[in-house]
Ligand binder design. Structure first.
Ligand code: UDX
Length: 450
C-alpha cells in the first residue's frame, strides 16, 4: 500500500482479557472495525494466547510480555489472577504501546481495552491517545459491580456475611437481583472481587464505553450507567449477530456432534455446557446424567478436560460411563454457535455466561440456568424473571431436580411459552443489528467519534 493511503488509514489497538468469554467478543468487534476500514492490532498476553488463524491474517498480533506461570491461574483463581496480571502488565504494556507508536505508520485512532484490562488506561493517557472500554458482560452486570463496591464501602457487604439471613432479599433498586445474585466471585474473597470491580468501574480518562449488549434486553441498566459514567455508552451487541464471527476458540471444536444432531428429531435435544472456566463435582455430574436419562430427553453435553472435579476415574472412563446411559453424546468442546442454531436443539442447560446467554437468545433457544459465579448469577435471574425464557435450578443438584427442570422446558406447556418468548426475542435481537437497528446505529455513532 502506498504511504499516502497508509497515512489516511487509521489503526485501532485492541486489548482483550485472556479468557474465552472475553477474547471472542473483542475479536468480533475487531472484525466489525476492520470491515469499516480500520487497521487492527491485537495486543494479547502470553496467557491464553489466541493463535491467529488464517482467517485473522489481516490483523496484526503483538504480545504483552508478562511472566506469570500458567499454574497461577489455577492457584489464584480468575479474579485474583486478573489483579496480579494487571500489576504485571502495567509497565510492559506501556513499552509495547510506545514501540507501536514508533513502528506503525498509521495513526492510532484509539485503544479499546477489555474492562478487566484496566492497566492499559494510564499508558494510553500518557501517550495522549483515545481510551475506550469494552464491556463483554451485560449492562446490568456492570451496574451490579458498582453496587457491590458501594455496599462494601458502606458496611462490608454485611448482607452476604454468613448468618445474616439476608441473601434472598432483593437489592433495593436492582429488582429482580437478590443479594446472593450479586457478582461476588466464588473464585475469590469479597475483598478481591471489590478490588477488581473498583478498577473495572473506574472510567479514568476513557472517552466512551462500548457494551456487548442490546437496548431491548438491558435498557434501564444502560440508562443508569449513562448517568453514572457521564461518558457515552454504546450498546452494540450481540456482536456475534452483527458480524460474521471469526474463529476464536482456544480449544479444538469437535464438529462430529453436528452429524449426531443431524439425525435427531427437531427440538428434541438439550445442549449442556458450563462455559470455559467452571467445573463441577463428579457427584453432581453423575446426578445430572441420571436426571437427564430419567427425563427421557436426548442430550449433547460438553465436558471440558478438567471440568469435573474429584473423580478417581479418568475423564474418558467417566465419559464412557455416561455414554452407556444412552441418549447422550459427549464432546470436550463444541462449535457452540452452530449447535444452538441447529433445529434439533430444543433447550440449553447453561452456566449463563454472557456470551452463551446472547448466543442462546440469538437463536431463540430457552435455557435451564445453573450459574456458578460472577455475572452468571445475575444473568440467570434476568433469564428467569425478566425475559422469562429460562428456569433456574438452585440449591444442591440432585437427579429429581434435573429431571423436573428438563421436563418443564422440553415437555410441558410452560416450555412452549418460553420457546415462544425466546423466538420473539431472537427477532428483536436480529432487528437490532440490521440497518437502522439500535445496535447498528450505536456502532456507527461510535465509529463516527473516531
Ligand atoms: C466468562 C465468565 O464465566 C462469564 O460469566 C462472563 O460473562 C464472560 O466470561 P465463559 O465461562 O467463558 O465466560 O462463558 P461465556 O461468556 O458463555 O463464553 C463462552 C464462549 O465459549 C461462548 O462464546 C461459547 O460459544 C464458547 N463455547 C463454549 C464454545 O465455543 N464451545 C463450547 O463447547 C463451549
Amino acid at each position: 500500500m502506498e504511504k499516502k493511503n497508509l497515512a489516511m488509514r487509521r489503526r485501532v489497538v485492541l486489548v482483550p482479557a485472556p479468557a474465552q468469554g472475553h477474547i471472542t467478543p473483542m475479536m468480533q468487534l475487531a472484525r466489525a472495525l476492520h470491515f469499516k476500514g480500520f487497521a487492527i492490532t491485537v495486543a494479547q498476553t502470553k496467557f491464553n494466547y489466541l493463535n491467529p488463524s488464517t482467517d485473522l491474517s489481516d490483523f496484526q498480533f503483538v504480545t504483552i510480555p508478562e511472566t506469570l506461570p500458567e499454574s497461577e491461574f489455577n492457584n489464584l483463581g480468575p479474579g485474583r489472577f486478573m489483579v496480579k496480571l494487571a500489576k504485571e502488565c502495567h509497565v510492559s504494556f506501556k513499552e509495547l504501546l510506545g514501540q507501536l507508536l514508533v513502528s506503525e505508520e498509521e495513526e492510532i485512532a484509539c485503544v479499546i481495552y477489555d474492562e478487566f484490562m484496566y492497566f492499559v488506561e494510564p499508558a494510553v493517557t500518557e501517550f495522549k491517545l483515545r481510551n475506550v472500554i469494552l464491556s463483554t458482560t451485560s449492562a446490568s452486570a456492570f451496574v451490579c459491580r458498582f453496587v457491590v463496591c458501594k455496599l462494601y464501602a458502606k458496611d462490608g457487604l454485611a448482607q452476604l456475611k454468613e448468618g445474616s439471613g439476608r441473601e434472598e432479599e432483593l437489592v433495593p433498586e436492582l429488582d429482580p437481583i437478590r443479594y446472593k445474585d450479586l457478582p461476588v466471585s466464588a473464585f475469590a474473597s469479597v475483598e478481591y472481587s471489590v478490588e477488581l470491580f473498583k478498577n473495572t468501574c473506574y472510567k479514568g480518562t476513557a472517552s466512551s464505553v462500548i457494551i456487548n449488549t442490546v437496548r431491548c434486553l438491558d435498557m434501564s441498566s444502560l440508562e443508569w450507567l449513562q448517568q453514572e459514567l457521564e461518558i457515552p455508552v454504546y450498546p452494540i451487541g450481540p456482536l456475534h449477530m452483527a458480524v460474521t464471527a471469526p474463529p476464536t476458540s482456544l480449544l479444538e471444536e469437535n464438529v462430529s456432534c453436528i452429524e449426531w444432531l443431524n439425525i435427531q428429531r427437531s427440538s428434541s435435544v438439550i445442549y449442556i455446557s458450563l462455559g470455559s472456566i467452571n467445573s463441577m463435582e463428579t457427584k453432581e455430574a453423575l446426578e445430572m446424567a441420571s436426571g437427564l436419562v430419567s427425563s427421557n430427553q436426548n442430550f449433547l453435553w460438553v465436558i471440558r478436560p478438567g471440568s469435573i472435579r474429584g473423580s478417581e476415574m479418568s475423564e474418558e472412563e467417566l465419559f464412557s460411563k455416561m455414554i452407556t446411559l444412552d441418549r447422550g453424546y459427549i464432546v470436550k468442546w463444541a462449535p457452540q454457535k452452530q449447535v444452538l442454531a441447529h433445529s434439533a436443539v430444543g433447550a440449553f442447560w447453561s452456566h449463563c455466561g454472557w456470551n452463551s446467554t446472547l448466543e442462546s437468545l440469538g437463536e431463540g433457544v430457552p435455557m435451564i440456568c445453573r450459574p456458578f459465579t460472577a455475572d452468571q448469577k445475575g444473568n440467570a435471574r434476568y433469564l428467569e424473571c425478566v425475559w422469562k425464557v429460562g428456569i433456574q435450578v438452585e440449591g444442591e443438584l440432585e437427579r429429581g431436580a434435573v429431571e423436573r427442570a428438563v421436563k418443564r422446558l422440553m415437555v410441558d406447556d410452560e416450555g412452549i411459552e418460553m420457546k415462544r418468548r425466546a423466538l420473539s426475542l431472537k427477532e428483536k435481537l436480529k432487528a437490532s443489528v440490521l440497518a437502522a437497528g439500535s445496535s447498528h446505529n450505536s456502532l456507527n455513532d461510535f465509529i463516527n467519534t473516531l
